[in-house]
Write a protein that binds this ligand. Structure first.
Ligand SMILES: [Zn+2]
Length: 78
């Protein structure tokens, strides 16, 4: 039974590894925008106003700074 769990976990790890490699290769080739967005989603950035951490893909970037929402971007700009 324990052996079966090892096989399943090992298989899942290989599968995830292959997915990452495939995604990376596609991204390097300049793949489509969707994959680039998925890669960005893995990066977490803090909001320049309130400091809450959000995925870069969901963040609003302005002049090299990131914000969690439009309201905070406006508040920071004055
Ligand atoms: Zn914020």
């Amino acid at each position: 039974m324990v052996k079966l769990i090892y096989i399943v976990v090992f298989g899942a790890l290989i599968w995830l590894g292959l997915l990452q490699i495939r995604r990376y290769l596609k991204y390097r080739k300049g793949g489509d925008g969707l994959d680039a967005a998925t890669t960005l989603a893995s990066r977490i950035v803090p909001c320049a106003h309130c400091g809450v951490h959000i995925p870069e893909a969901d963040a609003i970037s302005h002049r090299g700074q990131f914000f969690c929402c439009k309201k905070h971007r406006q508040l920071e700009q004055g």
